[in-house]
Design a protein around this ligand. Sequence first.
Ligand code: MN
Length: 386
Amino acid sequence: MPQRRTQTDPLAEYRRKRDFGRTSEPAGEVRVDRARDARLAFVVQQHDATSLHFDLRLELDGVMKSWAVPRGMTFDPAVKRLAMEVEDHPMDYNFFEGTIPASEYGGGTVMIWDRGVYYGDEVEAGEEEEEVLRRQYAVGKVSFTFVGDRLKGSCALVRTEAGAKPKWLLIKHRDAHVLRGVDPAAAFPTSVVTGRTLDEIAEEDATDGFEGAGVSAMLYRYDTEVPTGRGWVWEPAIRGTRAHIYVTPDGLGVVTGLPGAARRFRGVGSALRGFAREYDRSFVLDGEFTSGDDGEPPSFHAFDLLFEDGEVLLGEPWRSRRKRLEAVLGGVDADDVAIVEVVRKGGKSLLDRARDEGWNGIVAKRSDSTYRPGERTADWIKRVFF
Ligand code: MN
């Protein structure tokens, strides 16, 4: 019997379930540019949704095959875990850590619990790895080895129930990586990428991102490394309350994701108001309020300019927005508004300096990147120090 071939988009269901105007999850594409000899990726995310669970994702054919695993991973051959297959996810999802709005599909906080590469256990010489894995997946028994930070060694996924919602079992094979009496979820309660707990991610996201009132905040991708080299610039990460400040001759508006924050920082930036009135200027700043807990008065640290005198700057490269930010704020005499410093030479000295000066972390930005409201892209990468 000839095999029926349907040209369907494997990510269609993933996209259908989500409104990318509301969630900061990646829309994503099927990956087509993979090198033949590149290792296949895996990620495990802890997801605090309607019920707390883990999501196991294995790269195959340019997407992440995905399973919801209610009780988490296993280090012990005697402890088998139920894994319910769900829709394929885009490979960009491997970088997603953050909060999905409560009103949206999968609403809740996502933490990257482990990530790395995996390989098929039963690939003979001359066979193509993905071909073998594809065949095993089709028949419902995949044997593979994790090479992660926390997950190591050989496992199997065995399908126990087919149909619309296939059920599988995740089984640890006997090898040198067996750990008995250890619950992986309890042993590792933090993100393997940022070291944050679910609560810390939720809290940081609440102050990082916001929507409405014009333009949403562009979000960071969190990572343990920041890129160095040409085409990048670096800023100290400011631990504060992310905000947009709308400055017009008529007054000053503050938008944040934190209820009450606008009132708390009401006094900040009054010099901006005077400046805008006097010179009939209007502009929108992106930055962070710091609260001044240590006796310092509260202040605003600006790092981007989104609009200027009726001109929309979102599509301009970062470097020209930056130049205009410096020009605008250079004309204002405000001791409670600062421009966040930019470092234009990366490398080893950047990290040394960041540590010496007690930065909270480093933000790397691609100097030609546009401003993408509400999106978490690879153009802004934040590394937080703990
Ligand atoms: Mn999930």
